[in-house]
Design a protein around this ligand. Structure first.
Ligand SMILES: NC(=O)C1=CN([C@@H]2O[C@H](COP(=O)(O)OP(=O)(O)OC[C@H]3O[C@@H](n4cnc5c(N)ncnc54)[C@H](OP(=O)(O)O)[C@@H]3O)[C@@H](O)[C@H]2O)C=CC1
Ligand SMILES: CC(C)(CO)C(=O)C(=O)O
Length: 325
């Protein structure tokens, strides 16, 4: 199996390290800057559970060097995708599958979603529709990322939590390509269930990200405060209820209720969300993938989302003024 990880930072680096360590997948990593230079010079170091290992997958700067693949795992931040989709073309052969391991509503969300919205495009994450055209959704296997990881220094991945990457075809079928990828990830030490309703799974993750992340960036509060302070928790809960109404209009079924999902966030404790971390580091924030897209979907299905709209307006201004949007 030839597999390329495009944008191998924290999550992609974690996947690359464990897949390469197993040895039976031909792994190529595409990265850039000092992180790429460090991996090329010293290998890719993974620190996980107090253990360190160094692997040496092929690390390159461009898709031309990697050539056509069986699988392309896209582990970019959502806002990097429109700029990178063209660069990925040399990775795509006739049957190459693309796995989008990216938080938020993906560009392919409406592909094969039976009903009135089938094949609509999501402008928040694919403003000119070029991601859809270049990375056609028929190639896509959906993926929900549960682990947490960081890049504390170039070439080094620190894995802090979790081992599950839930997979699923947009049309809910159990395909050979999804099964084969799942088997490779399981062999590498991950959990990788293939689920028939990948959008349901996606929303449970997004449910937290659409509320916790913006509120943390606006207030600088950690998750324990967002979920524990009564006033802030009420705003968070209201955003999530709006998200639930939007998702349910699109056919999503939530297996847990909103208070259980908030309790799940509370368990993470005094953690800075990834959006707050990006803001503090002056890096672009996933504003549109995590909340702009939710408001866009609210407009499409004509469900009111007043709290999400207010928070989105505040967040965009916060992010713009910080140079992160
Ligand atoms: N990290 C985490 O714990 C979790 C992350 N996620 C989600 O996973 C996704 C990936 O996040 P994460 O791994 O943290 O992000 P990172 O920023 O760590 O990784 C993305 C990498 O892609 C690189 N990159 C960007 N554009 C290009 C390009 N054109 N060519 C080559 N490399 C490129 C970036 O380089 P550069 O740094 O130079 O921009 C960076 O190294 C996000 O959607 C995130 O929300 C989900 C759950 C947890
Ligand atoms: C907040 C958290 C831990 C869960 O929603 C997360 O996924 C993030 O920081 O982006």
């Amino acid at each position: 199996m030839k597999l390329c990880i495009f944008g191998a930072g924290a999550i992609g680096g974690l996947m690359a390290a464990k897949l390469a360590a197993k040895g039976d997948v031909d792994v190529t990593v595409i990265a850039r800057g000092p992180h790429l230079a460090a991996m090329q010079a010293n290998g890719l170091k993974l620190v996980s559970d107090g253990q360190e290992m160094v692997v040496r997958p092929r690390c390159v700067a461009s898709a031309e060097e990697a050539g056509p693949q069986d699988y392309v795992l896209v582990t970019l931040k959502a806002h990097s995708l429109p700029g990178a989709a063209k660069q990925m073309q040399p990775l795509l052969g006739e049957n190459t599958a693309i796995v989008s391991a990216i938080n938020g509503i993906p560009w392919w969300y409406f592909h094969k979603l039976a009903g009135p919205y089938e094949d609509r495009r999501v402008a928040s994450v694919d403003p000119d529709g070029s991601v859809w055209d270049l990375l056609h959704p028929s190639r896509v296997i959906g993926c929900v990322v549960y682990p947490a990881a960081e890049v504390p220094e170039p070439g080094v991945i620190e894995h802090t939590y979790g081992d599950r990457f839930t997979l699923g075809e947009p049309d809910g079928t159990r395909s050979e390509r999804a099964n084969a990828l799942s088997a490779a990830l399981v062999a590498a030490g991950f959990k990788a269930p293939v689920r028939p309703k990948i959008r349901d799974e996606m929303w449970v993750k997004l449910w937290g990200n659409m509320a916790f992340n913006p509120l943390s960036a606006l207030t600088t509060a950690t998750l324990d405060i967002i979920t524990g302070d009564p006033e802030l928790r009420a705003v968070c809960r209201q955003m999530m209820l709006e998200g639930q109404a939007i998702a349910e209009r699109l056919g999503v079924r939530f297996a847990i209720d909103v208070d259980k999902r908030i309790a799940g966030g509370a368990e993470v404790g005094a953690h800075k969300t990834s959006m707050l971390q990006d803001l503090e580091r002056g890096r672009p924030m996933e504003v549109d993938a995590l909340l702009g897209s939710v408001v866009e979907l609210a407009e499409i299905v004509e469900v009111p989302a007043p709290t999400c709209r207010i928070v989105l307006a505040l967040l965009r201004t916060r992010a713009r003024l910080a140079g992160c949007y």
